[in-house]
Design a protein around this ligand. Structure first.
Ligand code: DWN
Length: 406
């Protein structure tokens, strides 16, 4: 296979096997037609980009029944308020600035600009979540972000000061097309700021569940610098984030348009020290994933053999990779509790574990809950003190498989 970014040869270093659509929660009458593809990551030694060998058609993942709504987490809402403030403080013109967001979901980030009276446009392909954004007063277009869309935005509003994205760029296979469109959208000193799960954190924590259909790339500072330089953009700042188990915010501007922070070179040096540019790092990652899988299966079988009740906590996209890669089905997990109404009453993709509402969890605590939303651990553990007080324990698998009783 050739690297999507630079065309260099890039071989898969592992396969997670056949995988369904990560957010494809379904009902039993849909089991026969369930779609599967091979989930295999590849790493390009030439441009340092970690990517998927194969990705399903975007229309199969992002549509009018997309099951992920960003507003589900209070901590994420707080995070996005801080993100918006950093954009307002550092990168907007004094007079009538414009902010455009790619993949604005339910408007959780743009809300902050709307409330501050800043002109904004959200671009969101999934109609149902875009509708939620509009109900919150966020100006949103239901569309994929491309040059045609940019031409419409520029003719209606003019060029933008900032193009922003959160947990979106890693979903878009033709990233060159996005950067070309960004080039047309942004003012001469305009910035493109985006954040996504960070490759260094994933490798370090063995959080292989970040790898699923939607995440066609897992970026690093090195890969982002390499991708954008082809389009005359340079990486001017990087800001590590704790969200999603370790993310990175990247700030890009036209080459020479703005000062480059010294932290950029430092981050790229750190990535070299971590070996993120080397094939051996990914061979070791594969071994670490296999070890994590063995430990999780062993632990769940042990608990079942003891007669314990075990449920999943949060039917995350990430859980689809864990459950299918480890072959964990209703024999090992009774149900998954999730707060998203669209997922409740359905079954997990591929492994067909029932998804139930949070009241089911609260009304009869299980002995163990597998923390699939480990990235929201702080928020969840604070909300679920009663579960632990009544003798329940958490099963976690990142950074390693263990049982938590406190
Ligand atoms: O990039 C992506 C990230 C940002 O969000 C997407 N491709 C999809 C999504 O990934 P995820 O599903 O792994 O995200 P979360 O935020 O880890 O999990 C969200 C799910 O967890 C929702 O279905 C709601 C559920 N949840 C819950 O049931 N109780 C979440 C929390 C915090 C809770 O307390």
């Amino acid at each position: 296979m050739n690297c999507r970014i630079c065309g260099h040869d890039a071989e898969p270093f592992m396969s997670f096997g056949k995988m369904p659509i990560a957010n494809g929660f379904l009902s039993p009458d849909q089991y026969d037609d369930e779609y599967f593809f091979e989930l295999a990551p590849i790493f390009c030694i030439n441009c340092s980009t970690f990517q998927l060998l194969e990705q399903p058609d975007p229309k199969m993942m992002f549509h009018d029944e997309y099951a992920f709504f960003s507003r589900t987490s209070k901590n994420m809402a707080k995070h996005f308020t801080e993100f918006a403030q950093s954009v307002m403080d550092g990168y907007l013109d004094d007079v009538s600035p414009l902010v455009v967001e790619v993949g604005s979901n339910d408007g959780i980030l743009l809300d902050n600009f709307a409330k501050a009276g800043i002109r904004h446009v959200g671009v969101e392909p999934s109609g149902n979540v875009a509708e939620v954004a509009r109900k919150h007063g966020v100006n949103t277009v239901t569309a994929f972000f491309d040059e045609d869309l940019v031409a419409d935005v520029v003719s209606e509003y003019g060029q933008a000061d900032a193009l922003i994205a959160a947990n979106v760029m890693c979903h878009i296979p033709d990233i060159h097309a996005v950067v070309q469109a960004a080039e047309k959208l942004l003012k001469p000193k305009g910035v493109f700021i985006f954040e996504d799960p960070y490759l260094g954190s994933m490798i370090e924590k063995v959080s292989y569940d970040q790898i699923y259909d939607e995440h066609v790339y897992i970026f690093s500072a090195s890969s982002v610098a390499n991708i954008f330089i082809h389009h005359g953009f340079e990486l001017i700042d990087v800001v590590p984030q704790v969200t999603h188990g370790g993310s990175m915010r990247y700030v890009l501007a036209r080459k020479g348009a703005r000062d480059v922070s010294e932290v950029v070179a430092k981050q790229i040096e750190t990535e070299h020290a971590l070996g993120l540019h080397k094939r051996e790092t990914y061979d070791q990652f594969r071994l670490n994933c296999e070890e994590s899988r063995e430990s999780l299966i062993r632990l769940l079988k042990e608990k079942r053999a003891e007669g314990a009740s075990v449920v999943g906590y949060a039917a995350t996209s990430k859980s689809t990779t864990v459950l299918n890669y480890c072959g964990i089905g209703p024999d090992l997990i009774d149900y998954i509790s999730d707060t998203t109404p669209m997922k409740q009453g359905k079954f997990s993709p591929g492994t067909h574990i029932p998804v139930k509402d949070h009241d089911t969890f609260k009304s009869d605590y299980p002995d163990y809950a597998v923390l699939f939303a480990w990235n929201h651990e702080k928020e969840i553990l604070a909300n679920e003190t009663l579960f632990m007080q009544s003798g329940g324990s958490w099963i976690v698998f990142v950074p390693c498989v263990s049982v938590r009783t406190e």
